[in-house]
Design a protein. Structure first.
Length: 126
């Protein structure tokens, strides 16, 4: 869960949600303008698959839950990289069981995205 500062999402929702697919680090040597030397710097990042906001639903009390789903695999903004420092916190992503699985045969499109067990929609309990 991160703050939504991205103008590409075309939504006024305050948060964006993603599934973390991998946690990585690299050692980078910057060689551009202002280079002070060849010392490497550790850079940490997350590889994520973005959810899309689809609305909200009212639960039994006066609260609402965000509804989300995964976007199409072929879309240019389905996957991304994040600086771990921009992550606000983790949250519970609850499948909308009544809406069923996305792939009824259990065969997804990508082993990396782990989409074989995706549900059609999810609720966010934050």
């Amino acid at each position: 869960m991160i703050l939504n500062n991205d103008s590409d999402t075309h939504t006024d929702h305050p948060y964006r949600y993603a599934r973390v697919l991998g946690i990585y680090h690299i050692n980078v040597i910057y060689l551009g303008p202002g280079t002070q030397g060849y010392k490497s710097h550790r850079m940490e990042f997350l590889w994520v698959r973005w959810y899309q906001n689809t609305g909200t639903v009212h639960n039994g009390s006066n609260d609402t839950l965000d509804q989300i789903k995964f976007g199409p695999m072929a879309a240019g903004n389905t996957f991304g990289f994040l600086d771990p420092s921009v992550v606000l916190r983790g949250c519970h992503i609850i499948p909308a069981f009544a809406k069923g699985k996305l792939h009824s045969d259990g065969k997804g499109m990508s082993l990396c995205a782990r989409d074989s067990s995706d549900w059609t929609e999810y609720y966010v309990n934050r």
